[in-house]
Design a protein around this ligand. Structure first.
Ligand SMILES: NC(=O)c1ccc[n+]([C@@H]2O[C@H](COP(=O)([O-])OP(=O)(O)OC[C@H]3O[C@@H](n4cnc5c(N)ncnc54)[C@H](OP(=O)(O)O)[C@@H]3O)[C@@H](O)[C@H]2O)c1
Length: 258
């Protein structure tokens, strides 16, 4: 895919993997719509990328947990005449605690931001991609979505893993339904990635407590995902050799325990 004159929309572009995707795409000549809540971070990213790569960056400040978030983003792109070629549903955060430790308002906000927004944005942007017979959608899940409940963690999470399982199933379903249409689908399943994620979701010290080789940088994760999409070889992309081995062993053990 030649990215000159192409437009990518990246949610969660103000930090971590989303910011790395934005850097990578801008370097490749793609104009961007960057979405997150932190207006200052998005504005500074847009300024840097526009100066460095001579592309256009449109800043769309939006909390994805708001009920009309996807419609607001779609209206923003319509008003600016932006036909999105690549949609990257990346924004996300972790929850800490058991199911009843959170209010229903907190659960609903997480479901809207990390599940509803992905489905709605896909519903808004897929028709025009199909019409052009060209486009891509990357949904960011996690290796935890591929691992079973036996996964031990120092932090209990209520909805994070179920949401990530949904994102995997949703992307696989789309890839099957719209095979050979010119639109490419990918579900990225990163393992431990250096970003703001763990600090924000109650695991600030995790990096010091785990072996360094388990971690990849956000740039490495975004690069592997982007190149896999360009080759269009796989729907599920797992980053990190160790994670691939872990999933293989996990599946083997499950197979023999049925
Ligand atoms: N880091 C890891 O180890 C890891 C592993 C597996 C999967 N992942 C997944 O990778 C994705 C990116 O995470 P990351 O590691 O890059 O984390 P990060 O550094 O914390 O970045 C998260 C991004 O999502 C945005 N965001 C969060 N809540 C939002 C909301 N309600 N509305 C709009 N934007 C929101 C944040 O921007 P604002 O705060 O400015 O809104 C930020 O740009 C997530 O889906 C995460 O689940 C991460």
């Amino acid at each position: 895919m030649d990215n000159v004159n192409k437009i990518a929309l990246v949610t969660g572009a103000s930090a971590g993997i989303g910011e790395a995707y934005s850097q990578l795409l801008a370097k490749d000549g793609c104009s961007l719509v960057v979405v997150a809540r932190s207006a200052d971070k998005l504005a500074s990213l847009a300024k840097t990328l526009e100066q460095q790569y001579k592309i256009k960056v449109f800043v769309c400040v939006q909390d994805l947990a708001e009920p009309n978030a996807a419609a607001n983003i779609y209206n923003f792109t319509q008003q600016n005449n932006l036909a999105v070629d690549l949609l990257i549903n990346n924004a996300g955060f972790g929850d800490v605690g058991n199911f009843l430790d959170h209010s229903m308002e907190e659960h609903s906000a997480m479901l809207r931001a990390m599940l509803g927004a992905i489905v709605e944005l896909t519903h808004f942007y897929l028709p025009s991609m199909l019409g052009k017979k060209h486009g891509g959608i990357i949904n960011v899940s996690s290796v935890v979505g591929l691992l079973g409940l036996s996964l031990r963690s120092q932090v209990t999470r209520a909805l994070y893993r179920p949401i990530k399982c949904f994102v995997i199933a949703f992307t696989e379903q789309l890839a099957l339904a719209y095979k050979d249409t010119g639109v490419h689908f990918q579900c990225l399943c990163p393992g431990l990635t250096i970003s703001e994620f763990h600090k924000r979701s109650g695991q600030a010290g995790l990096r010091d407590k785990t072996p360094k080789f388990l971690w990849l940088s956000s740039e490495e994760v975004a690069t592997r995902s982007y190149f896999a999409l360009r080759k269009n070889r796989k729907v599920i992309v797992v980053t990190g050799f160790i994670n691939k081995i872990g999933i293989f062993i996990h599946r083997l053990v499950n197979l023999f325990s049925i």
